[in-house]
Write a protein that binds this ligand. Structure first.
Ligand code: NAD
Ligand code: MG
Length: 402
């Protein structure tokens, strides 16, 4: 007999793409879950609508000005929702005793501190915010062990690998007879674009992913293959894998979400629709299973599944990520920070697509690899890399929209 005690959930990044998919799954299982806190950065109208629907105990926004705005909006519709703002409030709703499970779905480095707060409070942490782990891998994973947190991957590839591991639990790869992990990559919208075509790519084209509907930043990361690079680093930390034990294969149909290769020649794959509600429902219910709202995979209509090696000439970000995790220390954090700045500049029309990788490589080369055993070192490497990336972008001769 399974326990049906309600789980109380904080959803960090409730207004985003993952936030929306999470609430869609939660709405299907009101008996199992209740929402304690919802957070958003600037999308106050969207957050107000969610508060009206979910009546959370707490809502967290980015600024003091928005706090008052949201309070006014919720007076009639969610009078018992307390509105707070800022980093301390994010950490508080992630670590409070009132909460069992935290969905970490803020995008980028902004998610690091609240996600770590959840880990240090020993929560069940559903990790979508891969940048947090990329930045602080060693500290993050040590905190998981030290504080007895349960870390469940939401990234579809890592969730797939998790499902293909023996007993579903990350263990020593060698002891489990595992040779390698195989991350599948869709290849993004420019898989077959020539170098000349890549130079002309616009932000609107880059955020239009062929298979997945996602936030802007991760969509650009998918187009540069940096998303796969970040996922390579994420896989090393989540599953105690060496970088050379993580293969990347392009699989444009996104039906196989990733695979595990065993010593006896077996390869286990997890398949499904390209819909994040599957990994979200998996992690919410684990070790049980529950409905996610995702349509069953119809094999008679799938057509061909194809596979090819990634091209790191046209997509150097994947190579840079391999270099970053091989060097270790602060370099993955530097890679991530420079990428965040470069992607924001690209989206703002201030950088051509292929210069995203050029900016990252330059910043990595400017910054020595330092040991990353202290959070302070990581946060200062993050800040320094952002400053250097900003400066480098400003020094580039002509911006594309000038
Ligand atoms: P999104 O841009 O749609 O949503 C981001 C959320 O974070 C929003 O709620 C926003 O208000 C909040 N936010 C943004 N900046 C913030 C800040 N400075 N402080 C506090 N909150 C802030 O992004 P998304 O696509 O939902 O992705 C979220 C995370 O999940 C990313 O790390 C992404 O890599 C990861 N992820 C997403 C998908 C996907 O399908 N969307 C798949 C795998 C992993
Ligand atoms: Mg992914």
């Amino acid at each position: 007999q399974q326990s049906q005690q309600q789980q109380s959930i904080t959803l960090l990044g409730a207004t985003g793409s993952i936030g929306q998919s999470t609430l869609d799954v939660l709405a299907r299982h009101p008996e199992r879950y209740r929402v304690y806190a919802l957070t958003a950065h600037r999308q106050i109208d969207a957050l107000a609508a969610l508060c009206e629907r979910w009546q959370p105990m707490v809502a967290v926004v980015g600024s003091e000005a928005d706090t008052q705005r949201l309070r006014d909006m919720l007076k009639g519709s969610a009078p018992s929702t307390e509105v707070r703002f800022g980093a301390d409030a994010l950490a508080e709703v992630a670590q409070t005793e009132e909460v069992d499970t935290v969905m970490a779905a803020i995008v980028g480095a902004a998610g690091l501190l609240p996600t770590l707060a959840a880990v240090r409070a020993g929560k069940r942490v559903l990790l979508a915010n891969k940048e947090a782990l990329v930045m602080s891998g060693a500290i993050f994973m040590e905190a998981v062990t030290e504080h007895g947190a349960t870390l469940l991957p939401i990234d579809s590839e890592h969730n797939a690998i998790f499902q293909c591991l023996p007993n579903g639990t990350p263990v020593s790869l060698a002891e489990s007879g595992i040779e390698s992990l195989i991350l599948t990559a869709s290849g993004g919208p420019f898989l077959n674009a020539s170098a000349e075509q890549l130079a002309q790519v616009t932000p609107a084209q880059a955020v239009k992913h062929p298979n997945w509907a996602m936030g802007q930043k991760i969509s650009v990361d998918s187009a540069t293959l940096m998303n796969k690079g970040l996922e390579l680093i994420e896989a090393c930390w989540l599953f105690s894998a060496k970088p050379e034990q993580v293969e990347v294969v392009v699989h444009p149909q996104s039906v196989i979400h990733s695979m595990v290769r065993y010593a006896d020649g077996s390869v286990l794959a997890q398949m499904g629709q390209p819909d994040m509600r599957t990994p979200i429902a998996h992690a919410l219910a684990w070790p049980e299973r529950m409905h996610s709202g995702v349509a069953p995979l119809d094999f008679t209509r799938l057509g061909d599944l194809s596979f090819m090696a990634p091209d790191t000439e046209r997509f150097p970000c994947l190579r840079l990520a391999r270099e970053a995790i091989a060097a270790g220390g602060t370099w993955p954090c530097v890679l991530n920070a420079a990428n965040e700045v470069a992607v924001a500049a690209f989206l703002a029309g201030e950088l051509v697509f292929q210069d995203i990788a050029v900016v990252i490589e330059s910043v990595m080369q400017q910054m020595p690899v330092r040991p990353a055993s202290e959070l302070a070192t990581i946060l200062s490497a993050d800040q320094e890399a952002r400053a250097r990336a900003t400066k480098y972008i400003a020094s580039l001769p002509d911006h594309p929209r000038d």
